[in-house]
Ligand binder design. Sequence first.
Ligand SMILES: [Zn+2]
Length: 586
Amino acid sequence: MPAAYEVTATRKRPQDFDRLVGQDFVVSTLENAIKERRIAHAYLFSGPRGVGKTSSARLLAKALNCESGPTPHPCGTCDSCQAIAQSKSVDVIEIDGASNTSVNDIRAIKEEVMYPPQSSRYKIYIIDEVHMLSTSAFNALLKTIEEPPEYIIFIFATTELQKVPATIRSRCQQFRFHLIGQDLIMSCLRSAAEDIGVEADEDALFWIARESTGSMRDAYTLFDQVAAFSGDHITLQKIREKLSVAGFGAIASIMRDAISGDRAATLDGLSELFSSGVSADQIIKDTADFLRTMMLYKAGIRRTDILGSALSDIPEDIVDALSEEQIEAALKAFLNLYRDIRYSLSPRFEIELLFLRLSSLPSMVSASELVRKLEDLKKGVADGSIVMKAPRESIKVLQVPKTEEQQAPAEMPAPQQPATVENPPMPEAPVEEDEDDGFAEEPEKPFSLSLGDLGAIAEALRKMGKAAAARYISNIERIDEDDGAFTFVTSKALAYNSLKNDEKSLEKAIAAAFGEDPAIRLRLEEKESGDSVFSPRMRELKAVFGGNLIRTGKEENKPEEEDAAEHEPVRNAEDNGLYTEPDEDD
Ligand SMILES: [Zn+2]
């Protein structure tokens, strides 16, 4: 980088309307007005900071005072053009409204305007941040812009249009400037990087563009900052390291841990962020950004300039796991935290607490969701798709012996069992009526449960206030059907243990969702360990005691190390001495 480095915002300041980016409407209106010599005596440029208001004011001054003008395309070479470009024109007076707010300053202007321009066509006053003027200053100004001398032109600029008195506004030709689109900022940054001969990764420029939130000036300022420490190659990695930002991926990962209820991993992830130097403010800000992107994506927005993220960075699993209302609630919580954080004893504690609370997010039900569900229920009852049944307590009592009976090895030849190890069961197949134990009520049609029903079960659990169970039900990987009883199989120990603790609720939820109450069992199955080659009794034992089922007679079927590590809460079979022999029928 050259020693005398000109800041990019200055270097890239447009010298021609054609170079003014992102304000096409303003540009074409001004150009036409100049072409047709419809020149007003007072202009008011309003809009966010850094989008080109002052640049436009200078361009307009140039266009009006160019020796070959007034022209929409000032020559840039005449004395007037050059003087304005160097801010040296005696006839173009720039005043910062923020520091010249008094009525005396305006009186000085009032007197000055009596003298015609020295060397130009017009005497032009550019007053920036005009809303900062005092009321009396405005009143003094008003007299001047009501009846200005022919050669006087005022160009006012403001970020806060509503603070400019209506009496002033109504006497000005108004132009509203808009935030500049992310794509446009990206392409300007690309060209800025080319200008200084620096390679810049797209994702790095994307980040800068997003951070600048539509302000070209902010984008260039940030670009300079990044370029200063990036050497000849600007990368997102360098930005993250040097500017200590959390990054989308890091937030996504912590968020994923938080909503799946893994508190240890959540706190670990946060701790890593803090120790890499990311400030509490930044974490809250980055998380709010992340949640906003989720919210917009969920609402169907796919334009990356609005999302503030590349589509490939969107974590679909998190989007799917949360409803719109849940994402909104989380975003609100982080925005509130940002507001309150300066009063906090420990920002870090607040952040940790909030992330842990996110674990209850998936089970949060909003009022509108409840109303919708009630409507569905009403409709279902009305059109007969939901059939209400009387509670069948007596049958429930009878089901207990059934479960025990089925545990008896002799009862369970289960010839189709091994087939279900690798292949999903065929729940469509009617329950075989080979067993009449007097309590299996004759169903009108065979009742079956498939993975597709988990959503409805989760809903029912949620309605019962069983948030944890509702969350973990999604970890069920297979439902085995066996003589009208259903075995919910998961390889996730955490999910298994939690659901096992709440087995009664699970049965109630299925009854509520489908009006059926089949016997439900839960099974923890090691991935690829082939538990189902063991008898149901063994599997029941495993369900009660935990651990893994291992063949000790024939070939050792030892679980893989990493598998064992994955299921921490379940103690290893070797630890608790639970060695098991497969049954003779296996
Ligand atoms: Zn010129």
